[in-house]
Design a protein around this ligand. Structure first.
Ligand code: C2E
Ligand code: CA
Ligand code: CA
Length: 725
């Protein structure tokens, strides 16, 4: 047996540090030098031979101390440090291993070269296994060989020491790192597990070592649910680092499962051939859950849990691609709640949020599983309806949705009513990409709102022109007040019995700098939808009151001025206070002010209407129902409200005498008004025939082009002046 074979046996098995060892070796051999040696030899002749050899070599550059017994050796070593001890294995007091052990007891880290006699092989081997670094056989020693043995033994000692340190360091590292580590040999059997690997697999190091990896490291692919292959096989075969499949689940010995992520690297021996692998892995269950949560948040609306705009567009894009291949159609619905802002303002945001959640739930209940409901933001939702056959399918779904949303929502003790408007676009006719389809559905939604809310409209190309127009109107309207482009015209209301002017309706006029007159029909709804109606409405009220007060102060005949109030203003909490402020500011007698509120406004959120009207009546302000007959209100409901007058909508007036018209409707409406014991005013009277018909029906007042168009204040004053007193 050569001393290399001995060394291999004593080196231990640390597979991951093979490369490290060779680096250490080269380095240590270079550093190894012998400066002091102790010769322990009881035979003076042998001792003399060795000393001679040193001198003969001419390298007597280090101190050689000679002692004859182990006792002397102990004393000497305790006093003087040496690099190497040349130890006779046949000392009378301490033969064989005894001497070695005693020396080690004094200096555990000294290098020892044995001097053995022929026939001492067994003892020599044992001594080498106990940690002697080398041996020389007496009688066969060559001087240069001895010198080399001494140097090498010192180098070997240093290497062993370094390895010991490295090994301890590696062990400490593996014990305390957060990752699990398993090593295998080239056959795929386990050679090592660190404490984390023990915990994660449920196998102790002792139980696991020697077992095939697959028994201890049981992994499966979470996507397919199938057992995954032993990852080390490929790595060992290809000699390359690899990763486990994504979505990998490790099943612990007790059956508990965790998601893991890992890499496997080959381990090469000193010749560079792969003879094992190291597997490093960690529990990513928490990290994955967090990543999934983050991904969910990025694509969902936190309030309703619905997909957000991003995810919706993504799904729409994918559906378009699929539908395209299959030659099918799909629809996008854009839904906006009517007057949601009002609910938010009057009940507070927490209730508003709950209402949105309730609406979201109903929307989801209305669609099929492949469809997508998303919240775009605010009170806007979009729906993707897959695989529709024709527009009617989408229309049916839209109607179902409108009905579902309009059902009362029970929220924290309140019964909330909300309606919605829906715009629809269909692929491929209304757009070829997600963005266009959503934009066009949005445009159609505006058309639905204009058509009177709780409505659905399909996109038509001409709506785009309208949408652009509406946008431009909104921009211009924002500046109209400060540019003083708004004025009021006044239209007289005539008492049909006396022919006297009983009042004036103030009607808004907008003269745009370049576009000229823009009729209210074109901008009032824009003002309502953009909220601009609030400042504009305030201006109208102040202007009308100021004017009425001026006419009264000028001594013109007493009459009322009527101001149109939009639903948005009527529902605004600050409205009542504002009226009071304007009345006291202008000094107008409140009984001279009449507010025209449409029938549908009174019906909308009916519970709040009565207290509002009561408060107005207390202030002495009158309220008339505008556009009566168009809102399908119940007479029993109207009867309970403190109202002053009804204005019969001009569409009925015009039907009274028209060729194909039906006068009975108008008479019915007039008599309905009368039954409510309210003043009845007919609007839009254009002809003498209409007038005389109204007179026969005992209508109280009339208003219309037949008497006068709405005119500027100066002109209206002339009309008043011309009146017979
Ligand atoms: P409205 O309240 O029903 O007002 C009556 C409309 O009928 C006025 O149209 C008036 O000019 C028109 N009119 C009067 N007599 C006749 C007639 O004999 N024949 C016909 N065909 N029409 C007649 P205008 O001024 O274009 O206003 C339209 C609508 O705009 C109003 O309908 C009202 O809803 C709204 N509006 C006008 N001014 C204001 C305002 O200051 N505030 C609010 N919120 N809405 C306003
Ligand atoms: Ca009116
Ligand atoms: Ca009207």
């Amino acid at each position: 047996m050569t001393h290399n074979a001995f060394a291999d046996k004593t080196r231990g098995h640390l597979p991951w540090s093979r490369e490290l060892i060779s680096v250490v070796e080269v380095d240590q051999v270079r550093k190894a030098s012998v400066k002091a040696a102790l010769l322990v030899e009881n035979d003076p002749k042998e001792a003399g031979t060795i000393r001679e050899m040193f001198e003969h070599q001419g390298t007597y550059s280090f101190a050689l101390t000679h002692v004859s017994s182990i006792d002397e050796a102990e004393t000497s070593l305790a006093l003087h440090a040496v690099d190497v001890v040349l130890l006779d294995l046949g000392l009378p007091n301490a033969p064989g291993l005894k001497g070695l052990r005693r020396i080690r007891a004094v200096v555990p880290r000294v290098s020892i070269v044995l001097l053995s006699s022929p026939g001492d092989e067994v003892t020599t081997i044992e001594a080498m296994l106990e940690g002697a670094q080398d041996y020389l056989i007496k009688g066969q020693i060559e001087p240069h060989e001895m010198m080399r043995a001494l140097r090498n033994s010192v180098a070997r000692m240093l290497i062993e020491e370094s390895l010991f340190i490295e090994r301890n360091r590696a062990q400490a590292t593996l014990d305390c790192i957060g990752d699990a580590v398993i090593c295998t040999d080239s056959a795929g059997n386990i050679t090592f597990l660190n404490p984390i690997a023990e915990r994660m697999t449920g196998w102790s190091h002792v139980d696991a070592v020697g077992l095939p990896l697959a028994r201890v490291f049981r992994i499966m692919d979470a996507t397919t649910g199938e057992l995954a292959e032993d990852p080390t096989k490929k790595v060992v075969a290809q000699g390359r680092t690899d990763h486990l499949p994504a979505n990998c689940i490790l099943t612990r010995r007790d059956g508990h499962q965790v998601f893991i992520e890992d890499s496997v690297a080959p381990i090469c021996n000193s010749e560079g051939t792969v003879d094992g692998s190291v597997l490093v892995f960690r529990d990513v269950t928490v990290a994955r859950a967090l990543a999934e949560k983050i991904a969910h948040l990025a694509e969902h609306d936190p309030l309703t849990g619905l997909p957000n705009r991003l995810l919706f567009n993504d799904r729409l894009g994918q559906s378009i691609a699929r539908v395209n291949r299959e030659g099918k159609r799909l629809a996008v619905l854009f839904l906006d709640l009517d007057s949601f802002k009002h609910i938010n303002d009057s009940f507070g945001h927490p209730i508003g949020d709950k209402l949105l959640q309730s609406v979201a739930k109903r929307l989801q209940e209305c669609v099929r599983s492949p469809d997508t409901v998303s919240r775009q933001g605010g009170d806007e939702f979009t729906l993707l309806l897959q695989d529709i056959e024709n527009d009617e399918d989408a229309a049916i779904a839209a109607r179902r949705i409108l009905r579902a949303v309009a059902e009362p929502h029970a929220i924290e003790g309140h019964e909330l009513y909300v309606t919605a408007s829906i715009g629809a676009s269909v692929y491929p006719s209304d757009g070829l990409d997600a963005e266009t389809l959503v934009k066009n559905a949005d445009t159609a939604m505006y058309a639905a709102k204009e058509a009177g809310r709780q409505n659905c409209r399909f996109f038509k190309q001409e709506m785009n022109v309208k949408a652009v127009e509406r946008q431009s109107i909104e921009e211009n309207l924002r500046r109209a007040l400060e540019r003083r482009e708004l004025t009021l015209h006044y239209q007289p209301k005539i008492n049909l019995r006396t022919g006297a002017i009983t009042g004036a309706e103030a009607l808004l006029r907008w003269t745009h700098g370049t576009r000229g007159n823009i009729p209210p029909a074109q901008f009032i709804s824009v003002a309502e939808n953009s909220g601009l109606i609030i400042p504009i409405g305030s201006w109208v009220l102040r202007e009308a009151c100021t004017q009425a007060k001026a006419w009264a102060d000028a001594g013109l005949p007493a009459m009322t001025v009527a101001v149109n109030v939009s639903a948005i203003q009527f529902r605004n909490d600050a409205f009542l206070d504002e009226i009071s402020a304007i009345i006291s500011e202008t000094g107008l007698d409140p009984t001279s002010l009449e507010l025209e509120v449409t029938e549908s406004t009174l019906m909308e959120r009916a519970a709040l209407t009565a207290p509002m009207l009561e408060a107005m009546r207390e202030k002495g302000i009158r309220v008339s129902v505008d556009d009566f007959g168009t809102g399908y209100s119940s007479l029993s409901y109207l009867r309970k409200l403190p109202l002053d007058a009804l204005k019969i909508d001009k569409s009925f007036v015009q039907q009274m005498t028209a060729d194909q018209g039906d006068p009975t409707i108008a008479s019915a409406i007039i008599s309905m008004g009368r039954s409510l014991k309210l003043r009845v005013i007919a609007e839009g009277v254009e002809t003498a025939e209409e007038l005389s018909f109204l007179k026969t029906q005992d209508c109280d007042e009339a208003q219309g082009f037949y008497f006068s168009r709405p005119v500027p204040a100066v002109e209206f004053a002339r009309l008043l002046e011309a009146q017979p007193c």
